[in-house]
Design a protein around this ligand. Structure first.
Ligand code: NAD
Ligand code: DAU
Length: 339
């Protein structure tokens, strides 16, 4: 079995590669990643020399590179993690989100059609359902909800999902889509809420909470997401969408306070800053379908996962300190100085 993992030098893709190499040591894994600001080869250091792993630097939207790779490798399964993934960046500069997330997905599926595969899996997001009101805790995202989008990022991911389903219906491409809630865990780029707050707290810097901090996200430990995708690509039904999430809803303010408490820093570090444009209020997944059809349930509760995550960032300071120097510092100053 040969699997192409795109975007595998990023947060979830890398964790998925680690998961697959452990769970299926007989599989061959090829990672295609453009190494954008979010991709980091240091993350893949532990697998780089394994005989059943190969890294290829390349852009999923580059048709020639992708077609040559498919011709040479003859993949059985393609799992597409490659994306521009940060909502704030999409608000500043939407174009690259459309190119990578929509056109890149198209190029990959064209190659799948041309060379034949058993499964194309699109790693989607719950943001394609828009948001839920804060005062209706009884409402959850289900797979049959209409797609809507608040940010250029979520619009690009919704567009990709529509295209994936169109390729299934029109060309018979054997596809599945998963739509997951917010992930956290090792190797997450420190522009996202949890690693950013950990890094700032450790450095005694302000913790910038958007708006009132009452927005709610449904947090999932990254390994649980990886296990779910492993199940879907093997046992999921072609043409189906599976929501992934674990009823771990928390307001941003609560998450930030938990982090401060765990690292022993004062709540005075919390600074309320200008809100994100179009800020989604609440995400909450109903994971009934994947539970009933594939037997998946999250295994790591937030109270344990956040400890594991903080410990990882404490033990791997060089990984994220390298990242928060250079280009990232310019981004941080631009994004946060005038909020
Ligand atoms: P990330 O930003 O950490 O990593 C993205 C990776 O894709 C990077 O390694 C980057 O170099 C690579 N990449 C970007 N453009 C590329 C291109 N044109 N060609 C090849 N590689 C390219 O993202 P992440 O948080 O790991 O998210 C991975 C996927 O999961 C994305 O599709 C995202 O939409 C989805 N997702 C993320 C979350 C979350 O909470 N982080 C939740 C649900 C779904
Ligand atoms: O729901 C899945 C999505 O989760 C994924 O599709 C995206 O790729 C991923 O980035 C994530 O999107 P969010 O926008 O929810 O994640 P982010 O970490 O950027 O923000 C989480 C919440 O925290 C959100 O309500 C905004 C808020 N926030 C974020 C940052 C970076 C702050 O209050 N301050 C901050 O500095």
């Amino acid at each position: 079995m040969k699997i192409l993992v795109t975007g595998g030098a990023g947060f979830i893709g890398a964790n998925f590669i680690f998961h697959m190499m452990e769970a299926h040591p007989d599989y061959d894994i090829v990672c295609l990643d453009a190494l954008t600001y979010a991709g980091n080869l240091a993350t893949l250091e532990s697998v780089m020399d394994k005989p059943n792993f190969k890294f290829v630097k390349g852009d999923i939207a580059d048709r020639k590179t992708v077609f040559e790779l498919f011709e040479a490798e003859k993949f059985n399964i393609v799992v597409n993690f490659a994306a521009e993934s940060h909502v704030d960046r999409s608000i500043e500069d939407p174009g690259i989100f459309l190119r990578t997330n929509v056109l890149g997905t198209q190029v990959l599926m064209d190659a799948c059609n041309e060379y034949g595969i058993d499964r194309f899996h699109q790693v989607g997001t719950d943001e394609v359902y828009g948001d839920l009101p804060l005062d209706r805790p009884d409402l959850f995202f289900t797979e049959d909800m209409p797609l809507t989008a608040s940010s250029p990022y979520s619009a690009s991911k919704a567009s990709a999902d529509l295209l994936v389903m169109a390729y299934h219906r029109t060309y018979g491409l054997p596809v599945t889509i998963s739509r997951c809630s917010n992930n956290y865990g090792p190797y997450q780029f420190p522009e996202k809420l949890i690693p950013l707050m950990i890094a700032n707290a450790l450095a005694d810097k302000n913790l910038p909470v958007y708006g009132t901090g009452e927005n709610v996200r449904d947090w999932l430990y990254v390994e649980d997401h990886c296990r779910a995708i492993d199940l879907i690509i093997h046992d999921g039904e072609v043409g189906q969408v599976y929501n992934i999430g674990g009823h771990n809803e928390k307001s941003n303010l609560d998450v930030v306070k938990i982090i401060l408490n765990q690292v022993g820093k004062p709540e005075e570090l919390i600074t309320f800053v200008g809100d994100r444009k179009g800020h989604d209020l609440r995400y909450a997944i109903d994971p009934k379908k994947i539970h009933e059809e594939l037997g998946w349930l999250p295994e790591t509760m937030f109270v344990d996962g956040i400890k594991l995550t903080i410990d990882w960032y404490l033990e791997n300071e060089s990984w994220w300190k390298n990242i928060i120097s250079g280009e990232y510092q310019d981004y941080y100053d631009k994004m946060y100085s005038n909020r």
